[in-house]
Write a protein that binds this ligand. Sequence first.
Ligand code: COI
Length: 355
Amino acid sequence: SQATSVQQQACDSFPHMEDEYADVDWDNLGFGLIRTDYMYVMKSLEDGTYKEGKISRYGNVELSPSAGVLNYGQGLFEGLKAHRNETGGLFLFRPDQNAIRMRVGAERMCMPAPSVDQFVDAVTQIAIANKRWVPPPGKGSLYIRPLLIGSGAILGLAPAPEYTFLIYASPVSNYFKEGSKPLNLYVEHEYDRASRGGTGGVKTISNYAPVLKAVTRAKSRGFSDVLYLDSVDKKYIEEVASCNIFVVKDRVISTPTAMGTILSGITRKSVIEIACDLGYQVQERAIPVEELMQADEVFCTGTAVVVASVGSATYKGNRVEFRTDAGSVCRKLCTTLVGIQTGLIEDKFGWVVEI
Ligand code: COI
């Protein structure tokens, strides 16, 4: 099988690959980079297709100083996770959805993208080759980071002449330093994240550096992350710098409509489906910031963040607190999602891919 041959190839070059586990302090994982054994690289051909991707030892990549990605930010990224199940197998969660999202984003960024099959195959190979870095069940997951970058040299503003699809991975646990404690969000009303007609809805690398200023400032004041408002009226909640947002009032779950300015999260979409299946009413609509401030519960979703409860929001000097107890809607959704991802709950949606 593919899994056996990739693992065999890895073991032949690196004897320690036979170890079941890498030497990692599994109880103290956060969301920092831990270098693993292998990465994946595949370059575009002249006709814009991709061929002959390769697993290689993890290491630095060489780029022209005039690479499109370095000069004009022509790049996309993805994030997905592999979980180790109780019987030692690996589960990927909806890798086809990341592949499709990368293709949609690539169209917006004038880049050719790998096919869905090439993407899923490469992610599968990288998870298997780095298997010893997948945390034990219950300790976290292997975060897999595919990148698509304009690697060709270009001087004038134009699409790069060559693209590189790269994947690396790192074992991770909780995204926030708060661990699994409720988050304190700062509602940002000075800076904007995305505008109509812009790229807020696609996972371009150029959506992320611009939030650093607001995020760093908020973190220095003790907040976990910032929640952005729409850039037209500064009235509706949109997205947290690192994740999507949901509010709950009278057990009705609402989340902002993803219409170009909000990243269409795969966890967001999965949580909506799980919530509907559990019998909750779910609404995708414009949510005024006042509604956030009057919500019973607020929670965030994302691949890195998973489902994280929000304990407080601060908007223009007013701080409000939300319910975060064990009986919360957030807790129920989180347990169900993680249960499906890790194989503890039956996956009736067909989302989990065992590799
Ligand atoms: C993810 O959740 O996978 C992301 O890409 C968000 C990033 C800020 C870590």
